[in-house]
Design a protein around this ligand. Structure first.
Ligand SMILES: *Cc1c(COP(=O)(O)O)cnc(C)c1O
Length: 244
């Protein structure tokens, strides 16, 4: 695990990779949000990244997110993004602490999140996106199982509209965009067709007006995601080091 100065350096390196990829794609790097994936790393690691200016963090487990939120209670503007598979019985807990849920994969989960969100709106300092957005709805991303992998979570491509409609029907939720984790390929370029496929699915289901954000790209393939149009990249290892 990286120490504070390693985290600061590696975070700067990741930001620079994003900026370079954005420039190459003719995009403004300010339009790309870095979510630092802190799963398995302790609250001290998050604090080090926070002190280096990072505000958005990704966690895969609600319990772990809650423990870190507690440990970082003095940082009122830290934002946690739920990026792991979410069971409906965890909805109540997640809506109290998460600034966004990237892994809505069924209409039933959307309904449950909404039911739990209406009595626990996201605090203003933790709202996503930032930038004076006066919107207390919980941002919900639809996770798409882009390559129909049996072991992966996410809805099927053909279910996007149904899940999107369920989210749009709920006043407590805001449809934020689409999210995917492509199949692993040793060559990061191998992820590009899957990123392009998510972009195509967005177009086929209502376009950028309906799905403003694309959450895709991780440590090894973020350049390809930015080139394809990612607005959020989720990066863990390249910032915090290898996980145990
Ligand atoms: C762990 C994880 C990441 C970060 O992966 P790295 O390869 O460590 O950058 C991104 N997204 C999801 C959904 C993850 O589970």
């Amino acid at each position: 695990m990286n120490r504070a100065e390693d985290i600061r350096r590696d975070l700067a390196e990741v930001r620079s990779r994003i900026a370079t990829a954005a420039r190459a794609a003719g995009r403004d790097s300010a339009s790309i949000l870095l979510v630092a994936v802190s799963k398995t790393h302790d609250a001290a690691a998050i604090r080090a990244a926070y002190e280096a200016g990072q505000r958005d963090f990704g966690e895969n487990y609600v319990q772990e997110m809650a423990a870190k939120m507690d440990a970082l209670g003095d940082l009122s503007d830290v934002r946690f993004h739920m990026i792991g598979h979410l069971q409906r019985n965890k909805a109540r807990q997640v809506v109290r602490i998460a600034s966004a849920v990237h892994t809505v994969d069924s209409a039933r989960l959307a309904v449950e999140l909404a039911r739990r969100t209406s009595d626990a709106p996201v605090p203003e300092t933790r709202r996503f996106p930032t930038g004076g957005c006066l919107d207390a709805r919980l941002p919900a991303f639809i996770e798409v199982n882009i390559a129909d992998e049996a072991q992966k979570s996410g809805c099927r491509r053909g279910e996007i509209d149904e899940v999107a409609t369920a989210i749009e029907t709920e006043p407590a939720l805001r449809l934020a965009g689409l999210m995917t984790v492509p199949p692993h390929t040793d060559d990061p370029a191998g992820a590009r067709p899957f990123f392009d496929a998510l972009v195509a699915l967005r177009e086929a289901n209502g376009g950028v007006a309906r799905f403003p954000e694309l959450s895709m790209g991780m440590s090894h393939d973020l350049e390809y995601a930015v080139a394809a149009g990612a607005t959020i990249v989720r990066v863990g290892t390249a910032i915090f080091g290898q996980r145990e």
